[in-house]
Design a protein around this ligand. Structure first.
Ligand code: BEZ
Ligand code: FE
Length: 298
C-alpha cells in the first residue's frame, strides 16, 4: 500500500540538499567498502523517511522500539536477529551469500537454537534422546556438485519437540533432539529423529508485539535443522520442511524454499522399519539428498 504525498519543488530541493550534505560527509572515509555501505544505507534511509513522510512522533516510536529490542537482548536472547528474521533481512542476506551453484542444496536461516558440542551418534542412531514426538527415520546422501559422494561429512541436526520447544528452552539442562553424525564411505547417512511440528518463534518481546500489530503469526513451518560441513565444501545451513504443512507459505521468518519441502511418509505402528527396530507407535520416514557447493563458491 503506498500513499501519494504531494511535496513542493522547494521542499524537495531542501530534502535533496540535506541528503547530499550527509553523503559528502563520508568523503573522508578511507575504507571503500564501509564508504559504499554507509552511502547506500543513508540514501535508502532518507528515501524511506521522505517516501512515507515520517512524523517526528513516529521516529521517536521507532527509537523506543529499537531501545526495547536492545534491552531484552542478552547472551541468551538475541532480539535484533529475531527482528532481522521477521523482516526477511536474514533470509535475503543468506540468499545473496549462497548463490546457486549447479544443483547445490539451498540454504536457509540458522535460527537461535543451535548448540555447539552436540552428542555424536553413529549412523543409524537416534537424535531424540527422549524428546517427545513421532519417531521419524531420516536418510539420504551427501554429494558434491559433480555427483561424487562426500564421505566423512559432518551433519549437525537439531529440532523442537512435539510441544514446540528446543531442549535449551527448558530450564533443566537437558540435551535432546540434537546430535551430530558423519556420512559413511558412500556419502550416506541415516538416523532416527522426531517428525517436526510447527512452533512459534519467541514472541514475548518487542518483535512479538510488532508481529501482533501487523496481524502476523509468530509460527514457523515445521522443520528439521541441518548444518553440513566437509573439507573443500561451502558450509550448508538449511532445514527440511514437511510437505502439506499449512504454514509453508507463511513461515514467520521466510525460511521456506520449495526445494526443501520433503515428503514425510507416514507408516502405521508395526510396519517394519528400515533398520529392523521395533517401533510401537505410528512413525514416518523422509529422504533428504544433500548437494554441497564447492568452498570457493560464495
Ligand atoms: C528457528 O528455526 O528455530 C528460528 C529461526 C529464526 C528465528 C527464531 C527461531
Ligand atoms: Fe527451528
Amino acid at each position: 500500500m503506498t500513499i501519494d504525498h504531494e511535496v513542493s519543488a522547494e521542499q524537495r530541493s531542501r530534502e535533496e540538499d540535506l541528503l547530499q550534505r550527509v553523503l559528502r560527509s563520508f568523503d573522508t572515509c578511507e575504507d571503500p567498502r564501509l564508504d559504499e555501505i554507509m552511502r547506500s544505507l543513508v540514501t535508502h534511509l532518507h528515501a524511506f523517511v521522505r517516501e512515507v513522510r515520517l512524523t517526528e512522533a513516529e521516529w521517536n516510536k521507532a527509537i523506543e522500539f529499537l531501545t526495547a529490542v536492545g534491552r531484552i537482548t542478552d547472551d541468551k536472547r538475541q532480539e535484533f536477529i529475531l527482528l532481522s528474521d521477521v523482516l526477511g533481512a536474514s533470509m535475503q542476506t543468506i540468499t545473496v551469500n549462497n548463490e546457486a551453484v549447479g544443483d547445490a542444496t539451498e540454504a536457509t536461516v540458522f535460527g537461535p537454537f543451535f548448540v555447539e558440542n552436540s552428542p555424536r551418534i553413529d549412523n543409524g542412531g537416534d537424535i531424540s534422546f527422549g524428546a517427545k514426538g513421532q519417531p521419524c527415520w531420516v536418510e539420504g546422501t551427501v554429494r558434491d556438485t559433480d555427483g561424487k559422494p562426500v564421505p566423512g561429512a559432518r551433519i549437525e541436526v537439531w529440532e523442537a519437540d512435539d510441544d514446540g520447544f528446543y531442549d535449551v528452552q527448558y530450564d533443566d539442562d537437558r540435551t535432546a533432539a540434537r546430535a551430530h553424525l558423519f556420512t559413511d564411505e558412500d556419502g550416506g547417512y541415516r538416523f532416527w529423529a522426531i517428525t517436526p511440528t510447527p512452533y512459534p518463534i519467541p514472541h514475548d518481546g518487542p518483535v512479538g508485539q510488532l508481529l501482533q500489530a501487523v496481524g502476523r503469526s509468530p509460527l514457523r513451518a515445521a522443520h528439521l535443522h541441518f548444518m553440513v560441513t566437509a573439507p573443500g565444501a561451502r558450509r550448508l545451513v538449511t532445514h527440511i520442511f514437511v510437505r502439506g504443512d499449512e504454514l509453508l507459505d507463511r513461515d514467520s521468518v521466510f525460511g521456506v524454499k520449495a526445494s526443501l519441502v520433503k515428503d514425510f511418509v507416514q507408516r502405521l505402528a508395526g510396519t517394519p522399519t528400515p533398520d529392523g527396530c521395533v517401533v510401537e507407535s505410528d512413525w514416518a520416514r523422509v529422504r533428504f539428498d544433500i548437494v554441497l557447493a564447492p568452498e570457493e563458491a560464495s
